[in-house]
Design a protein. Structure first.
Lengths: 318, 324
């Protein structure tokens, strides 16, 4: 599918945000309501030791996606208690309308010694159309396991038939590329299924083949269906040099499947790439596909992992 | 009430200095019995790093089966390496529990990681030996039992058993971290999981024991044996504060159950407590009960959470456990 870029639609530095956040609007993900499209994102606060805490906020657009109606000023979901998996941030959040409630699959971050942080996936539930979420327990629903030892993150959940499907990422290693540098993380996309959206059965394998090399990092899968084909967009990058070098930074990848099990990677048909200059010229990351009035839209972040906001593209299905 | 005769301290790693890799601590003993020996597996520590922090490793000694007070072998190196950078067991494997399974020996252990806001976290790992318990290799880089919505952190103190062909794991789960004057202190309670293969676990999802010292009581080391138609659990418990002193330190409790799910806690029956003086005068904890040649024994650790070594007690009575 070809994507026509509609430009950057939200810059967090132009608005007042809760928790004294003023930069970063990362991993935009939608809840389509009757009169608006609620776009959740992660924004950042500096804590008292000067480190970042990621908080969830949202911006409401009208259904033309051209006008901002509202920006949240309240706490949508609390960070975790002392020692909990989501004590130091929630990034990202994936929201799924499920009858009269909204499910939120969160990635919670906690700071460690040796490596900087670890992550697990939590569940929170809203009964007020996504204004606020209450956690389903203090602990995660998906965390490190025998062969997925750390960095369980980036859940995207969809219901096909009576089965919940989750695509997520898991860490495979921390690798040191240069003696003076701290080790860098490597992570891959995986899949799990569930009858209730709470208890998950993992496939236990990497489902998207590497394109760059074995250390390729794959992140934030988003899946939608057209006719008999499932389409997955995600982002991928080199494991090191990705912050500074354009050639090593995040790009948007693409894969397709007819059975939700076997995926064929085909980045050449992603239909979107970095611009020559401007807000998404260095990197593109954290894609999220949603449907509105029969069209597919992609929200995504650009340079600096979304420090200055996110943009929108519309799919050309003709 | 159980009546135990203390046979004294059987091992103190400090006696083996300066040559041994073990500097101090012999914690969380459990046994593997063969024809000639009783292998005692436990956790020990080299000297701490300059910042005072310890690593903890799997260790073992062999006792003469005919004379349990005689040590015939001391391991010359840790039996299991620590986990790789960033994994759940990068900074220690402690406590531990061993079990024989056909041609292999399994050790279930709590892996230590270090955190920023709280001192540490733990999850339960599995490593396997194919040389009769002389060396172990972890089954995977991650844990076999980890966090879930109502078990948010600190999964530790595993005790592995097999009853009727099914695997059972008693362990503890963290409830909350209490903020105080110094470092945060955790509260944890005893829980259980079961499994067909010892690898994929279903959690029972409930605290098994009523708390005796209030909601902040810490419970650990749930060591279970089956005898006379019932399951018997010896465990440790303490207050969440001042636990490094005699007053607040670990004691050994007791509970029994007919179905492993509903437990009747009766600490007054445990029958073993601190001595008036000596190596176990401030705390007794991490009990492990086993039967050998018609006798029943308890291994346990003493003062300073096992810094001063492991002791042995022998059951004097009752011989018939049906009326307990």
């Amino acid at each position: 599918m070809k994507w026509s870029k509609l430009g950057k639609i939200f810059d967090p530095t132009e608005h007042s945000l809760p928790h004294n956040c003023h930069e970063f609007a990362q991993s935009p993900q939608t809840l389509v309501l009757s009169d608006r499209v609620r776009v959740y994102f992660s924004t950042r606060q500096r804590d008292n030791v000067g480190k970042y805490l990621s908080h969830i906020a949202f911006v409401d657009f009208d259904k033309s996606m051209q006008h901002i109606i509202d920006i949240s000023q309240h706490t949508i979901i609390e960070l975790g208690d002392l020692g909990c998996f989501d004590e130091h941030g929630i990034f990202p959040i994936n929201v799924v309308s499920d009858g009269d409630r909204v499910l939120a699959y969160t990635t919670g971050w906690n700071r460690k010694v040796s490596v900087s942080a670890d992550a697990s996936i939590g569940l929170a539930i809203s009964h007020d159309n996504g204004l606020t979420f209450q956690k389903y327990g203090k602990g995660p629903i998906l965390t490190a396991s025998l062969n997925e030892p750390f960095l369980i993150a980036d859940a995207f959940v969809a219901l096909y038939g009576s089965l919940y499907h989750m695509w997520y990422i898991y860490g495979t290693k921390w690798k040191q590329f240069a003696e003076a540098d701290a080790p860098e993380r490597v992570y891959k996309i995986a899949h799990a299924t569930s009858n209730d959206g709470i208890n998950w059965q993992r496939d236990g394998r990497q489902i998207i083949t590497d394109r760059l090399n074995a250390d390729e990092c794959q992140a934030l899968p988003t899946v939608f269906q057209r006719a008999q084909t499932y389409h997955m967009y995600f982002c991928y990058r080199q494991a090191h040099g990705f912050r500074e070098q354009r050639s090593h930074a995040y790009r948007i990848g693409y894969a397709r499947s007819s059975d939700l099990t076997n995926w064929v990677r085909d980045d050449s048909n992603a239909g979107i790439d970095v611009a020559d200059d401007g807000w998404d010229s260095q990197m593109q990351c954290y894609p999220h596909i949603f449907e509105l009035a029969g069209k597919a839209y992609m929200l995504y972040n650009g340079n600096e992992f979304g420090r200055f906001g996110f943009g929108l593209a519309v799919g050309d299905e003709s | 009430m159980f009546k135990w005769k203390k046979l004294g301290r059987i091992f103190d790693p400090r006696d083996y200095q300066p040559d041994s890799w073990m500097k101090e601590f012999a914690q969380s003993p459990s046994v593997l019995i063969d024809e000639k020996h009783v292998g005692v597996y436990f956790c020990s520590r080299p000297a701490p790093a300059p910042d005072g922090q310890y690593l903890s490793f799997l260790a073992s000694i062999d006792l003469d089966r005919k004379n349990l007070l005689e040590i015939v072998n001391v391991c010359q190196a840790p039996l299991l390496s620590l986990g790789a950078y960033g994994t759940f067991d990068e900074f220690g494997t402690n406590p531990i529990s061993v079990i024989r399974e056909q041609d292999e020996v399994r050790v279930y252990y709590a892996g230590w990681t270090r955190c920023e806001s709280v001192p540490f976290n733990a999850a339960i790992g599995l490593a396997i030996s194919h040389d009769n318990g002389d060396s172990f290799t972890r089954l995977g880089a991650g844990p076999v039992l980890s966090y879930s919505p109502d078990e948010p952190f600190l999964l530790g103190s595993p005790r592995i058993r097999k009853f009727g062909g099914r695997w059972y794991l008693w362990y503890v789960s963290g409830k909350e971290w209490l903020r105080g004057e110094g470092k945060p202190e955790p509260v944890y309670k005893i829980r259980m999981a079961s499994s067909a293969d010892g690898i994929n676990w279903g959690k029972f999802g409930k605290d098994l024991l009523a708390s005796k010292l209030g909601e902040h009581e810490c419970q650990a080391c749930p060591d279970v044996i089956f005898r006379a138609g019932k399951y018997h659990m010896f465990f440790s418990y303490r207050d969440s504060h001042n636990y490094k002193s005699k007053e607040g330190g670990y004691r050994i409790g007791y509970a029994s159950s007919v179905d492993m799910m509903r437990w009747d806690r009766r600490d007054e029956l445990a029958g073993i407590s601190v001595s008036k003086k000596g190596w176990d005068s401030e705390m007794v904890n991490y009990p492990h009960v086993f039967m050998l040649d018609g006798e029943t024994y308890m291994l346990y650790q003493g003062n300073e959470m096992g810094r001063s070594g492991i002791g042995l007690a022998q059951l004097v009575g009752p011989q018939d456990w049906r009326d307990l």
